[in-house]
Write a protein that binds this ligand. Structure first.
Ligand SMILES: Nc1nc2c(ncn2[C@@H]2O[C@H](COP(=O)(O)OP(=O)(O)OP(=O)(O)O)[C@@H](O)[C@H]2O)c(=O)[nH]1
Ligand SMILES: [Mg+2]
Length: 453
């Protein structure tokens, strides 16, 4: 979502880097360009203006001009400033109260409230081991309550049984009671959306809030709506009082302005971001990481965390043991493919790597897309257990059968066989090299799998 801003900034800074020593005029000119880039990214005007004013003041300071690498100093200052603009530190969700802790979700129609309710519930359940109850107060849109029920069920979360004809306040009361009696740690209230902010909606939200006394009131805002999202958030905050913002569709091609202005305009922290439609596509918002993503310095920290989450120690050891034996059959390959999928595919990994912003388009080529991963998985799944274990038995007629079963071409099967063979050869070599070569081989193996070699 920040790609265009990110490209512009890296362009500005690479020009600057070429200059070596910087004059005040160089910095002035660069700051003007940064300002334009921010405005083009749909950052609110006053926010961009303040940002540039204070950044320029620092950048023009003697430190930068006299430093050995002035351009890098400017980049560093910009990164610090961006981090600050985004809210400095991650603000964790507040659950510090006697259970059941109530969390209320609000926002405009279609902003992602129901989806985010499910995502947040899943996150609190898996990461913080909380017992969660969700309840929908949306009695206006037909099937809204059923939608939340469905979303919850998908993630193994309990939802308040729907009683036809109840009003939002009645549902709230029943949900509070159920949460108390049934020993839930957290109660998430999903509310109805409206097309515009209207008095009726505000009154209803106010009375629900008064009754439920939520510890957190999250405004769910669609980042694709840019400055509108920010203005709406401000209006909600002024009238209802919110304690944090959940920014959705950060995976989309929005220009980033919403994320950048939200904190400055509303004074409230972004606590989470939605990065896709799936329940697990939801992350804590870390200002420093986002800033470094925007400046295309990569986001190594999140990458490492993501990988650690998905590959457990035991799995890693098991994988290493197989490698040490010089083994690599289709079960191993399938395991690797599935892990990549779990991590949100190669695309999402690439976004996090330094310097990838500029070559991302190239990487979006045939061997590098999600579809290819899924197709490879389908091919392996269409093999028998014996074929997966002993790929050598896969002859011409088996290849045709496997291709047909996976809805793929025989040449795709051949390609995958070659990959498996390469990996197998690599493992054999590794075995000879011993432990020392393992790391290097592992990386090379990954590259081989993705056709990068
Ligand atoms: N790509 C992407 N899609 C999202 C994200 N969050 C929500 N969506 C999609 O946005 C659509 C609307 O989401 P809902 O959760 O139903 O929105 P809502 O605010 O509850 O809508 P109403 O109840 O009608 O006001 C759904 O198709 C979601 O899958 C996100 O972070 N990324
Ligand atoms: Mg909804």
């Amino acid at each position: 979502m920040f790609s265009s801003l990110s490209n512009k900034l890296s362009g500005i800074f690479s020009q600057l880097k070429k200059r070596g020593a910087l004059t005040g005029a160089d910095i002035d000119a660069a700051m003007r360009e940064v300002r334009v880039a921010l405005l083009e990214a749909d950052v609110a005007l006053p926010v961009a203006r303040d940002f540039i004013a204070s950044l320029k003041e620092k950048a023009l300071g003697a430190e930068v001009v006299k430093s050995v690498t002035p351009a890098q100093m400017v980049v560093k200052l910009t990164s610090d400033h961006l981090t600050e603009l985004l809210g400095s530190e991650n603000q964790p969700i507040n659950l510090a109260a006697a259970p059941p802790v109530v969390i209320m979700m609000l926002g405009l129609q279609g902003s992602g409230k129901t989806t985010s309710t499910g995502k947040l519930a899943l996150r609190l359940k898996t990461k913080q081991h909380k017992k969660i109850l969700v309840a929908s107060l949306d009695v206006y849109r037909p099937a809204a309550q059923a939608q939340l029920e469905q979303v919850a069920k998908q993630s193994g979360i309990a939802s308040l049984p729907v009683v036809a004809g109840e009003k939002p306040l009645q549902i709230t009361e029943r949900a509070l009671k159920a949460a108390r009696l049934e020993g839930y740690d957290v109660l998430l209230l999903d509310t109805a959306g409206r097309l515009h902010i209207d008095a009726e909606l505000m009154d209803e939200l106010k009375s629900v809030k008064q009754l439920a006394n939520p510890l957190e009131t999250f405004l769910v805002a669609d980042s694709l709506t840019g400055q509108d999202a920010v203005n709406i958030a401000k209006a909600f905050h002024d009238q209802i009082g919110v304690t944090g913002i959940i920014l959705t569709r950060v995976d989309g091609d929005g220009r980033g302005g919403a994320a950048l202005s939200m904190r400055a305009v509303t004074g409230q922290p972004i606590k989470f971001i939605g990065t896709g439609e799936r329940p697990e596509e939801f992350e804590e918002f870390h200002p420093a990481r986002i800033a470094s993503r925007i400046l295309d310095m990569g986001d190594i920290v999140s990458l490492v965390e993501k990988a650690a989450e998905n590959v457990t120690q035991a799995e890693a050891e098991q994988m290493a043991a197989r490698m040490m034996e010089g083994q690599f059959d289709f079960n191993d390959l399938l395991g690797q493919l599935q892990k990549m999928h779990k991590m949100g595919g190669i695309g999402s990994m690439m976004n996090l790597l330094p310097g990838m912003g500029q070559i991302k388009e190239k990487l979006a080529g045939a061997t590098f897309d999600e579809k290819a991963l899924s197709r490879q998985e389908a091919i392996i799944l269409s093999m028998t257990a014996q074929e997966r274990r002993f790929p050598k038995v896969i002859n011409g007629s088996r290849r045709a059968r496997i291709a047909a079963g996976a809805g793929a071409q025989v040449q795709d099967v051949n390609k995958l066989l070659r990959q498996q063979q390469q990996m197998q050869d690599l493992m054999k070599k590794l075995k000879k090299m011993g432990k020392k070569g393992l790391m290097r081989g592992g990386m090379g193996g990954l590259a081989g799998l993705t056709g990068l070699k």
